[in-house]
Design a binder for this molecule. Structure first.
Ligand code: ACO
Length: 329
């Protein structure tokens, strides 16, 4: 009999502090009308000063483990997808393993895959379960507010902080079987959306730190928009094809929440009705690799997903990287 590999439990965490468009308009030259009409974002949550990437990740991880009816001791491997790690090295996964008390299990980060990181990590987890029959904790987490330039209106209004997590395993306890997954990369676009500071091309020196410690996210918004729409819809179609399913079979698509206009164009390209695409970008903004697991956990909590539903995850980010998965609940 074919093995059923998939998600055993879901969890998410959003920090309490809310930053509205009106709040941003007091800090930079912007207004609610511009942000809402261009992005669909009304507000986003930012971590408190005493919260770190690890805190966000640990909350989401503990919730996913509890939701799976497990304890941290049941986890055999940890993958953290993040472009905003706890420290430069070692990775957030090592810190997370210790924080949640998971035992000396393999733990590693998938960094630099931008907003596509979580779904790619989910695919890796599926393979690891297949190869080694493990229970893998997969976390998508970003604390972007601490690394972005708070004076650059063209990027700062887009992002928020959050974490989402799932536990991947196999057997009877699987609540969402991973039917198929796919990912791709176009490295020729590496400079279109990038955060260079901290790498060897542009080391984060003491002099730079004294200037205020801010990094710059460099982004060609229009190019990102164009590629995001194309890659996210193509990736969704690809995983349906791999799963032997049709667009007509899809109950819900959970896309990376970059902005509402991208989501609407993806929906039109896929020929879906508005209620078939999950949207929460209005409340959280773009939380990078956390958007998909956060939306997935929220959709489950809200009862948007029923037993028997076919759900497609599709994501796109810096790299450019894209990734998608088809889930059978
Ligand atoms: N408030 C007011 N005005 C602004 C703001 C702001 N926050 N930001 C930019 N503007 C101004 C610009 O300076 C420009 O003014 P100018 O014409 O006088 O030069 C004007 O608005 C238009 O700027 P554009 O960049 O052309 O605006 P556009 O309509 O392309 O929208 C946006 C920009 C929202 C970034 C859009 O390109 C987009 O959604 N791109 C996708 C990028 C994205 O989602 N990135 C997220 C990270 S990547 C990812 O998740 C996949």
């Amino acid at each position: 009999m074919a093995r059923r590999i998939g998600i055993l439990g879901f969890g998410s965490y959003v920090p309490k502090r809310v930053m509205t468009n009106a709040d941003w308009s007091e800090l930079v030259d912007t207004d609610d009308e511009w942000i809402l009409s261009r992005t669909g974002i009304r507000e986003r949550h930012f971590a408190a000063d005493d919260e770190s990437t690890l805190d966000l990740a640990a909350h989401a991880a503990n919730r996913a483990i509890a939701d799976a009816g497990l304890t941290p001791a049941d986890i055999d491997e940890i993958i953290v997808a993040s472009d905003t790690p706890e420290v430069y090295t070692p990775d957030t996964a090592a810190h997370l393993q210790h924080r949640i008390g998971a035992g000396e299990v393999t733990a590693y980060d998938l960094g630099g895959s931008g907003c596509a990181g979580f779904v790619l990590a989910l695919d890796i987890a599926r393979t690891r379960v297949h190869m080694a029959s493990k229970r893998v904790l997969v976390v998508g987490v970003e604390l972007i507010s601490r690394l972005m330039d708070w004076t650059d209106r063209t990027t700062c209004v887009l992002f928020g902080d959050a974490a989402g997590a799932v536990v991947v395993g196999e057997g009877e306890a699987v609540r969402a079987e991973i039917l198929s997954a796919s990912a791709g990369t176009d490295g020729s676009a590496a400079d279109i959306l990038t955060l260079e500071t901290g790498g060897t091309r542009r080391p984060f020196t003491l002099a730079e730190a004294r200037k205020g410690g801010q990094h710059d996210i460099v982004m060609n918004g229009r190019e990102v928009y164009r590629h995001a729409v194309r890659r996210m819809s193509e990736a969704a179609e690809k995983v349906l094809e791999l799963a032997g399913r049709l667009k007509a079979d899809v109950s819900l698509v959970i896309p990376h929440q970059a902005n509402l206009r991208i989501l609407e164009t993806v929906r039109e390209k896929l020929g879906l009705r508005p209620e078939q695409v999950y949207v929460n970008v209005d409340r959280y903004g773009n939380t990078g690799s956390a958007t998909v697991p956060l939306a997935l956990a929220e959709a489950c909590e809200e009862g948007r997903i029923a037993q028997g539903d076919l759900v497609v995850l599709t994501a796109f980010g810096a790299g450019f990287h894209w990734s998608a998965a088809a889930l059978q609940f």
